[in-house]
Design a protein around this ligand. Structure first.
Ligand code: FES
Ligand SMILES: [Fe+2]
Length: 430
């Protein structure tokens, strides 16, 4: 699965975390320890976290004059991992050049787009074009993004995203009118057992959750783009934007969540940005901080204030009177369950133990994603990469929600598929 991820551009760090000649940011992505930094010219590099000389941590280095200099013996590295100087050894130019060539650090291609720095960690000759995600290519002010850490395997996070039936339960407020979570759409219908319809697309699938209203239907059409991009609609009319999440694995037990929102019609208003920042939805209320992973490596990330250590702020009275979970923010609710579900073994925090599941028809989206991922990994083992990687447009999908009289999902796609940018996979399973 790691190899599959290495064929994709992955969001890595927020651009605002990296100041020119500022402090390097410690990352772990796909189990590799890395630092991101912005050099004097404003260009971003993501390179090995450790110095090529004797493995000192470059996080403590000096970011100066076009590179990061290890504070142990002064070796200096550029954003492409090239060793620029070895100042603690005397030697003629040839000897110096040879030493510097040997000291090349691992470095990955970085791409800055709309406030987020993306990384490509695969073979250089397989690098795909940068995807045409709306949020990465939107005009200034039309996109919003943030990142934070969740203490689960990436797939468990994704599975919570693509599970449309839980919003009627976990995210339910008893007073829909005054719900801070109104825009998530869970209040639009009282139907708590949606009909889920799913169609495979060139890049994953699109699925519709249909709920009954008095004389019409309430549809939420979401998308999954492999391997870990979700596109989830807001309530109709409540917040006319599109959004989704991306789940970049830190290791098997931790994931960096990126949330993205954008609107096509106009820039976000102050009030909309304030709603994002409030922690009610995505992102959660959080603070920048450092986190020590179980093996002792420290990463720089954003830490939700509601967490495992404080039971996510659950209030049993609120659970009785105000909302179904007793937990405040939508993502806090998701994370409380994801981070504390039954796990395999005694690892910290451990991977969800799926051997005890009882999957039902409302889990269709989860099951199909698992099957597609296995299929993609098996194909990659045979040397076949996902075709859609070469077509940046296949990443452009939009989650929508509609109230209409159409009851059939294929008809719904016929009517609104263009708006949702649906590209069905020929011969795909229904
Ligand atoms: S360990 Fe970095 S310069 Fe020696
Ligand atoms: Fe949720």
């Amino acid at each position: 699965m790691g190899e599959l991820f290495r064929r994709f551009w992955l969001p890595a760090v927020m651009a605002s975390e990296l100041a020119a000649e500022g402090a390097p940011v410690r990352l772990r992505i796909l189990c590799e320890d890395l630092i991101a930094f912005r050099n004097s010219e404003g260009k971003v590099g993501i390179i090995d976290a450790y110095c090529a000389h004797r493995g000192a941590p470059l996080f403590f280095g000096r970011n100066e004059e076009g590179g990061v200099r290890c504070v142990y013996h002064g070796w200096k590295f550029a954003i492409n991992g090239a060793c620029l100087e070895i100042p603690n050894v005397a030697g003629d130019d040839t000897a110096q050049a040879q030493m510097r060539a040997r000291a090349q650090l691992r470095a990955y291609q970085a791409h800055e787009a709309n406030g987020v720095v993306w990384i490509y960690m695969g073979p250089v000759d397989k690098m795909p074009p940068f995807p045409k995600f709306d949020y990465a290519n939107a005009s200034a002010g039309h996109a919003y993004s943030a990142r934070w850490m969740q203490r689960t395997n990436w797939l468990q996070g994704l599975e919570g995203e693509i599970d449309s039936s839980h919003i009627s339960w976990l995210h339910k407020d008893f007073d829909p009118e005054n719900s801070i979570q109104k825009m998530a759409g869970s209040q639009t219908s009282s139907d708590q057992a949606p009909v889920l319809e799913l169609r495979e697309t060139v890049s994953g699938y699109t699925y519709g959750a249909r709920r009954n209203l008095d004389n019409e239907f309430f549809w939420r059409q979401s998308h999954w783009v492999a391997p870990m991009f979700s596109f989830i609609p807001h309530a109709p009319g409540a917040f006319a934007s599109f959004g989704g999440r991306a789940w970049t694995p830190i290791d098997d037990n931790h994931v960096t969540v990126f949330t993205f929102g954008f609107r096509v019609d106009r820039p976000f208003s102050e009030q909309e940005l304030a709603t994002y920042e409030s922690g009610a939805l995505f992102p959660p209320e959080m603070n920048p901080g450092r986190y020590t992973l179980p093996d002792g490596y420290v990463i720089d990330t954003f830490l939700p204030t509601a967490n495992k250590e404080n039971d996510y702020g659950i209030d049993r009275q609120v659970q009785k009177d105000k909302n179904f979970s007793g937990i405040w923010g939508v993502h806090d609710q998701d994370r409380a369950l994801a981070e504390n579900s039954r796990k395999i073994g005694m690892g910290d925090p451990g991977i969800l133990d799926r051997s005890h599941e009882n999957l039902v028809s409302s889990d269709k989206a989860v099951v199909t994603a698992r099957r597609s991922l296995v299929r993609m990994v098996e194909a990659l083992q045979q040397g076949k990469e996902p075709d859609f990687l070469r077509n940046p447009g296949s990443f452009q999908v939009r989650a929508i929600s509609k109230i209409c009289s159409i009851g059939d999902f294929d008809q719904f796609i016929g009517e609104f598929g263009k708006e949702a940018c649906v590209r069905l996979r020929e011969g795909g399973e229904k």
